[in-house]
Design a protein around this ligand. Structure first.
Ligand SMILES: Nc1ncnc2c1ncn2[C@@H]1O[C@H](COP(=O)(O)OP(=O)(O)OP(=O)(O)O)[C@@H](O)[C@H]1O
Ligand SMILES: [Mg+2]
Length: 241
């Protein structure tokens, strides 16, 4: 029996209307991603990678099409439902980390948990310390972002993305601002999260090396996804006489 994909996009379309200008970066896009898969998304600037990521993360809503994640069609949710869904199901990692500068690493990681009033202070503490340990930064809990390296800041951002235990982690060029070694640490961490913790990971990247680490790479072009290695037209098979 084949497993139902964790993410299923069908006919996904996004049109932005700004005055008289209309842009449709995604048009009738289909995509299946398995639970626990580590998927890389590539494509030229302006091809719609961030647009797709924001739809999958429930930050934005499609103009048309279906988007099922973990069995729920998030395309049909109201704004409020989507906000609740996002808090429980998706962690977002940005290129420039987006940590709050006046908060310590501990407080930054704790932020998403403050939305959940059912958690006690003690439960929050346990979750924050577990997340910081997973990214190898238990000893930096009291450091502010300016007291951390870029790679460490991104690891704090990953701890913040996973602290509420979401099934899905999306990253928009999470290694884009890092040197090779720090970037590799982030990629190792994402691999570990997909392999050992069954997190589904969708990562946008411009870096072929980063994409190689992922299990599968898809290229976004003209609103559609093309599997890596199938960019050139495949020769048509000659029918047997
Ligand atoms: N909020 C918006 N309103 C209007 N147009 C938008 C909006 N967001 C994105 N677009 C347009 O949609 C297209 C896709 O943008 P998107 O940010 O998804 O590209 P991208 O592939 O992430 O590019 P890059 O690699 O440069 O980050 C672009 O033409 C952009 O101008
Ligand atoms: Mg982008």
């Amino acid at each position: 029996m084949t497993e139902t994909p964790y993410i299923q996009c069908r006919g996904l379309t996004k049109t932005y209307q700004k005055g008289k200008i209309s842009v449709t970066p995604l048009e009738g896009l289909d995509l299946d991603v398995r639970r626990g898969e580590f998927l890389a998304l590539m494509g030229p600037s302006g091809s719609g990678k961030t647009t797709l990521l924001n739809l999958i993360a429930g930050i934005d809503q499609p103009t048309a099409g279906e988007l099922h994640i973990g069995g729920k069609n998030i395309a049909s949710m109201s704004r409020g439902q989507l906000t609740d869904w996002r808090a429980r199901n998706c962690g977002y990692v940005f290129q420039l980390y987006h940590l709050v500068p006046i908060l310590s690493a501990y407080e930054n990681v704790e932020l998403p948990l403050l939305l959940d009033s059912s958690l006690s202070r003690r439960e929050r503490r346990d979750k924050v310390l577990t997340a910081l340990e997973l990214v190898g930064l238990s000893d930096r809990a009291d450091h502010r972002p300016t007291e951390l390296s870029g790679g460490q800041e991104q690891r704090v951002a990953i701890a913040r993305a996973i602290v509420a235990d979401p099934g899905l982690i999306v990253g928009d060029e999470p290694t884009g601002d890092l040197d090779r070694d720090s970037g590799d640490q982030i990629l190792e961490l994402l691999t570990e999260l997909s392999k050992s913790h069954e997190k589904t990971i969708v990562m946008v990247t411009h870096d072929a090396h980063a994409a190689e680490v992922a299990e599968r790479t898809l290229h976004l072009e003209k609103g559609q996804l093309i599997e890596s290695g199938k960019m050139a037209a495949e020769p048509e098979s000659v029918p047997a006489e």
